[in-house]
Design a protein around this ligand. Sequence first.
Ligand SMILES: NC(=O)c1ccc[n+]([C@@H]2O[C@H](COP(=O)([O-])OP(=O)(O)OC[C@H]3O[C@@H](n4cnc5c(N)ncnc54)[C@H](O)[C@@H]3O)[C@@H](O)[C@H]2O)c1
Length: 441
Amino acid sequence: MDNYYLELLRKINENKARVCVIGLGYVGLNLALEIARNGFHVTGIDIDKDKVEKIKKGISYINNIKNDEIIEVVKKGYLDATDQYNVVNDNDIIIMALPTPIDQNKNPNLKFLENALKESMRYFKKGQLLILESTTYPGTTEEMIAPAIKAKEFKIGEDFFLAYAPERIDLGNKAYPMRKIPKIIAGVTKYCTELADSFYKKIVEKTYIASSPKVAEFTKLFENVFRLINIAYVEEMAKLCEKLGIDIWEAIELAKTKPFGYMPFYPSAGAGGDCIPVNPYYLDWVAKKVDYELKLVQTAVSINEDMYLHVLNRIEEVLRKRKKDIANSRILIVGVTYKKDVADIRNSPSIRLMEALIKLGADVSYFDPFIPKIMIAGKDFNSIELNNDNIRKSDIVVVLVDHSNIDYKLLYQEAKIIFDTKNVFKENEKIIKLGSGLSNL
Ligand SMILES: NC(=O)c1ccc[n+]([C@@H]2O[C@H](COP(=O)([O-])OP(=O)(O)OC[C@H]3O[C@@H](n4cnc5c(N)ncnc54)[C@H](O)[C@@H]3O)[C@@H](O)[C@H]2O)c1
């Protein structure tokens, strides 16, 4: 009998395993580069032809990745990209880094994963290791992927290997690049785990073994929903502080001095992105299946989703005190991404806020060094230049994202009034902060 396990283990140990990454988005491209930098040959597959062409030409479409990083591995022959699935057959390890959003009913939408599985399955062969990295509900690997593989008459753990290894990348976080983030590994069988673990040990500094894919899938959701709950807590406290005449930002700094049992989270117009606001719905969906209601999670979701409305109310209040209403005001939004220094607007609360302000008749413009143009309510908007005139002619400037490369000094000098949701400025007669009841409106 062929020993597929030993053969793949040897290839991994000798850096001879060929790796295919399916889905070259924020996760997939970062991952493909990290694997290629560690001396493995990587072929990326993406249905987006534009991304494929850009990789071939060494052009980055993700702001934390420099062109040179792509060029370096492409030139050495370690990275290639295609939109054709037949390359799956030439590879030993296949990693899926596909989107896992929610549908209109806020239920898990696994269509990207299902499509990629259907396409790649045709080219699976004995001896390969398939790894899922996408965030998903507990049970996906064993209940959705494993049956499809078994239907091809592969024996998982003997002649085909399957594992789950959730991606934990924190884009824009320079202190924790991919290799420094411990990786959780969960194979469907012992051999699946060992192969996946041997592979990731070549890529990241530390790995931890989970007893099953299900617990690893749950853990990924558990840690992200932990963040959402704490964010919702600080958002709620920010609203309370406004009424109590306390500055939440000062309270956070003081709480941080406790060396144990506290971890800082910060208020804003809401947590966005494709993870924090989406993952709770995956957990909620799976909880409902076992007839369990996640009251705390549901409350946290609704606090976070409504936070932009609180910011809207505060803008309205600040303008009203100055005898203006939203409908006849010029409002300059600073920052439209969901995260500082990351060019990603998925589920961004800034977009929701801009939509609401436009609906109320405001004359809205925006500045974001990472997003030159966006479409809001069917209309194209271009990021304006942050110059004296543009700032001066706004009735209010609303800071929603504290990107590093913004001229905050100029903003302060020229603005009539600033509503600061990110604690960029010190409060005074011109600066009103989210989460602070100290403001003299
Ligand atoms: N973005 C993050 O910071 C982050 C962090 C940790 C985990 N995750 C999780 O990782 C997964 C991927 O997220 P992402 O942010 O990289 O998504 P993304 O949307 O940036 O990238 C997904 C890529 O997959 C491609 N794609 C879609 N269908 C395909 C198919 N059938 N075949 C080949 N390619 C296909 C898309 O064109 C896109 O380039 C999600 O489950 C997400 O929750 C994301």
